[in-house]
Design a protein around this ligand. Structure first.
Ligand code: 3PG
Length: 395
C-alpha cells in the first residue's frame, strides 16, 4: 500500500520510519544520502497537510540510553537537507510525554523522535512498545527499506496498530532492485566487504548459492583468511566465526561459486590516517600489523572478475576507506565498476550506508546502475528472503 492510498491527510499525523543510521564523525553527519532519501516521503506528506513524526534507529545501543547515539545531531542535519525546521523530541521516549510533545506541534511540522533502539522493546518487537509508538500518529509509513530486514517494533510491530503504507523511497528501491536484479544477467559477481562481519557473514551462506563469484574484502576477508590458517596479526577479525567461514567456502565450492580473497594487503601498525604502511602478501602480515586495505594486485583481480561478469552486486568497502591512503582499493575498484556500468558493459548495483559513502567518496555513485540505501536488507533481498518490514505493508 502506498501513501496515495491513505486518503485525505489534512490535519492527520503521519508516523514515518526512516533510516537515519548515517555515518557520523565527531557529532557531524559525514554522508547525507539516507537523509536525502527521506525527502520524497516527508515532502509528500507535508504537501498533503500532515504533521510528520519521524522515527529512526542509530547504531546498536541495545535498549540502553547511550548519549553518543542520540539522534539530536541528525535532526539538525536533516533540517538543513529539508530546508525547514526539524523539532527533536528530546528526552520524550515513546510515552505520554512524547504524545503531548507531538500534539503541541502545529500541522505541517516535522518532528524527529529519539533513537528507537534506546527502548528495550524495539529489537524484541515488543507489542506494548509498538502500541505506544502507534499512539503518536494516525497512519504509519515505512520508508526505511534498509531496516526492513529487521522485525522490530518500529518496522513491523507497529503495523498491527495503524494503517501502514510504503514510503516513496521504499517503493522506488523495491522497484529498482526488481528491475536490475529480479532475474540478473549472468555471470553475477558479488563483492562483500566492510567491518560488520558477524551480522553479515550468515547471509553469505545463501549468497554463494545465488552468484557465480564472490569477492570478499575488508574485515570480512580477514575472517576468511584466518579461517584458512593465515595469521592476520592485529587485523579486525572474528576468529570465532572461522568454522562458519569454512562452511561458506564449502557451500560455495559445491555451488560452483568462486570465492576471491585478497592476494595482497596494505598493512600498518596504527589504525590512523596516513599511518606508515607497506603492501605484502596476506601470509606475511607481522604480529603487530593490521590489514587496512587491499593491495593493487587484489584490485586487478577484482577488475578482471568485473570484466567477466554481466552483473555486479556490491556491499561493503574493501578497506578502511574513511582513512586515506587506505581508501585506494575501494576507490579504484568503485571507479572501474562505474566506468563499465557507464559504458553499458555491467549492471552495477551497490548497497549499504558505508558503501554509498565510499562510492560518493570515489565519485562513482552516479555511474552505478542503482545505488540502494540498504546494506543488510539489500543482501537479504538478494537472497530472496521475505523482509518483515516489507511483508507487513502488503496485507
Ligand atoms: C543499516 O545500516 O544497514 C541499517 O540501518 C540497519 O542497521 P543494523 O544492521 O544495525 O540493524
Amino acid at each position: 500500500k502506498r501513501i496515495a492510498d491513505a486518503g485525505d491527510l489534512t490535519g492527520k499525523t503521519a508516523l514515518v520510519r526512516v533510516d537515519f543510521n548515517v555515518p557520523m564523525e565527531n557529532g557531524k553527519v559525514t554522508d547525507d544520502t539516507r537523509l536525502r532519501a527521506a525527502l520524497g516521503t516527508v515532502n509528500a506528506l507535508r504537501d498533503a497537510g500532515a504533521k510528520v513524526v519521524l522515527m529512526a534507529h542509530f547504531g546498536r545501543p541495545k535498549g540502553q540510553i547511550v548519549p553518543e547515539m542520540s539522534l539530536e545531531p541528525v535532526a539538525e542535519a536533516f533540517s538543513k537537507v529539508l530546508g525547514a525546521p526539524v523539532h527533536f523530541a528530546e528526552n520524550c521516549g515513546f510515552g505520554p510525554k512524547a504524545k503531548s510533545f507531538v500534539a503541541s506541534r502545529p500541522e505541517g511540522d516535522v518532528i524527529l523522535m529519539e533513537n528507537t533502539r534506546f527502548e528495550p522493546g524495539e529489537e524484541k518487537n515488543d507489542k506494548e512498545l509498538s502500541e505506544r509508538m502507534a499512539a503518536l500518529g494516525d497512519i504509519y509509513v515505512n520508508d526505511a527499506f534498509s531496516a526492513a530486514h529487521r522485525a522490530h517494533a518500529s518496522t513491523e510491530g507497529i503495523t498491527h496498530f495503524l494503517p501502514a503504507y510504503a514510503g516513496v523511497t521504499m517503493e522506488a528501491e523495491l522497484d529498482a532492485l526488481e528491475r536490475a536484479l529480479g532475474t540478473p544477467e549472468r555471470p553475477v559477481l558479488a563483492v562483500v566487504g566492510g567491518a560488520k562481519v558477524s551480522s553479515k557473514i550468515d547471509l553469505l551462506k545463501n549468497l554463494v548459492t545465488k552468484v557465480d563469484k564472490l569477492a570478499i574484502g575488508g574485515g570480512m576477508a580477514n575472517t576468511f583468511l584466518a579461517a584458512k590458517g593465515v595469521d592476520v596479526g592485529k587485523s579486525l577479525c572474528e576468529h570465532d566465526l572461522a568454522d562458519l567461514a569454512r562452511e561458506i567456502m564449502e557451500i560455495a565450492g559445491k555451488n560452483e561459486c568462486e570465492i576471491l580473497l585478497p592476494v595482497d594487503v596494505v598493512v600498518a601498525k596504527d589504525f590512523a590516517a596516513y599511518a606508515e604502511n607497506r603492501t605484502c602478501a596476506p601470509e606475511d602480515v607481522a604480529a603487530d600489523e593490521m590489514i587496512l586495505d587491499a593491495g593493487m594486485k587484489t584490485v586487478a583481480q577484482l577488475v578482471a572478475a568485473m570484466g567477466q561478469s554481466k552483473t555486479l552486486v556490491w556491499n561493503g568497502p574493501l578497506g578502511a576507506f574513511e582513512m586515506p591512503p587506505f581508501d585506494k582499493a575501494t576507490v579504484s575498484a568503485a571507479q572501474a565498476a562505474g566506468i563499465r556500468a557507464k559504458e553499458g558493459k555491467l549492471i552495477a548495483v551497490a548497497g549499504g550506508g558505508d558503501t554509498v559513502a565510499a562510492l560518493n567518496h570515489a565519485d562513482a555513485a552516479r555511474d552505478f546502475t542503482f545505488v540502494s540505501t540498504a546494506g543488510g536488507a539489500f543482501l537479504e533481498w538478494m537472497e530472496g528472503k521475505p523482509l518483515p518490514g516489507v511483508e507487513a505493508l502488503k496485507s
